[in-house]
Design a protein around this ligand. Structure first.
Ligand SMILES: *[C@@H]1O[C@H](CO)[C@@H](O)[C@H](O)[C@H]1NC(C)=O
Ligand SMILES: *[C@@H]1O[C@H](CO)[C@@H](O)[C@H](O)[C@H]1NC(C)=O
Ligand SMILES: *[C@@H]1O[C@H](CO)[C@@H](O)[C@H](O)[C@H]1NC(C)=O
Ligand SMILES: *[C@@H]1O[C@H](CO)[C@@H](O)[C@H](O)[C@H]1NC(C)=O
Ligand SMILES: *[C@@H]1O[C@H](CO)[C@@H](O)[C@H](O)[C@H]1NC(C)=O
Length: 248
């Protein structure tokens, strides 16, 4: 109970801070929505359904408005590019353009009920993997063009390889030791809120002058297989039960 009261008070204080921030900054924890260039996005209205009237605005300009028993009016540049669900209030925008990125507001009977900040994302480029080696260390960096990163949505990095350090590392660079072996394939995945792209590199290519270990490894394996296989077969055939060969 006490915790509930405390939580309630905490919430009220938060709301006041929110209100103040809203007045000053005109956006307070407005949820983000993302859409791809030429793609579509649906801005929904959580909770209530069945409206007498609907108004969607983009940065205070009208996008579309509708009143029960009346036709829907859509304004440029959204004419022919949106669909309004009059039951749920959800607005779908098609053929998204970067200029559609803005704050959207749903209003019914003079009350603002939902707001979103929409961001329209350009296609995510595949990352470039680059590596440098110093001494026993190999550092691999995973990069996407800087201008993409700074103007678009937050980018997350993740790595995949057979070594422990690849698990759950959110950094855009990764360090390896030469003793980890050169044949490791390293994958880096970059993700924005819509899609992800993966590129890969072999550690071997990071150490141009020192491929001997891995190359011998590559040659040694098939040779070993060729020589060892007949012995294994012989053992499987006769080795398990030597008595039988003795008695014959
Ligand atoms: C979007 O569509 C236009 C026209 O069809 C095309 O030129 C452009 O390459 C498309 N952009 C993306 C990111 O798909
Ligand atoms: C409006 O949304 C509801 C719930 O998602 C759906 O069942 C209904 O078919 C939609 N109406 C239109 C006209 O798209
Ligand atoms: C990768 O490394 C090379 C050589 O150091 C450099 O010229 C190139 O710009 C790097 N690429 C990226 C994407 O950083
Ligand atoms: C190699 O990496 C280790 C740990 O990441 C670091 O302590 C060491 O200084 C590095 N050595 C070189 C030559 O960069
Ligand atoms: C990348 O996207 C695919 C679907 O397109 C998903 O299955 C996969 O889990 C995503 N990977 C990461 C690392 O986010």
């Amino acid at each position: 109970m006490a915790a509930g009261v405390l939580a309630g008070r905490h919430f009220r204080v938060l709301s006041l801070v929110c209100l103040w921030r809203w007045i000053v900054l005109t956006s307070c924890d407005v949820p983000w929505r993302y859409g791809a260039v030429n793609g579509s996005v649906t801005l929904d209205v959580p909770g209530s359904t069945s409206f007498e009237d609907i108004m969607w605005r983009q940065d205070r300009n009208k996008v579309t408005e509708w009143r029960r028993n009346d036709v829907e009016t859509t304004y440029p540049p959204f004419r022919g590019r949106i669909s309004l669900n009059k039951t749920t209030g959800a607005l779908t925008i098609f053929n998204l353009q970067p200029s559609d990125g803005a704050e959207y507001e749903f209003e019914s009977s003079g009350r603002t009920m939902t707001r979103y900040v929409l961001k329209v994302l350009e296609p995510l480029p595949s990352p470039t993997l680059n590596c440098t080696s110093t001494g026993e260390n190999i550092t691999v960096s995973c990069e996407i063009p800087e201008d993409y990163e700074s103007h678009q949505a937050p980018i997350r990095y993740s790595w995949s390889c057979p070594l422990a350090q690849c698990n759950n590392s959110p950094e855009p660079t990764m360090s390896f030791q030469k003793k980890d072996g050169f044949l490791q394939k390293i994958l880096c995945t970059v993700s924005n809120p819509l899609v992800n792209k993966t590129s890969s590199i072999y550690l071997e290519t990071c150490v141009p002058g020192d491929r001997s270990r891995s190359r011998y490894g590559l040659i040694a394996l098939p040779i070993a297989a060729i020589f060892i296989f007949p012995f294994v077969r012989y053992f499987l055939k006769y080795g398990r039960n030597p008595r039988r060969t003795d008695s014959s």
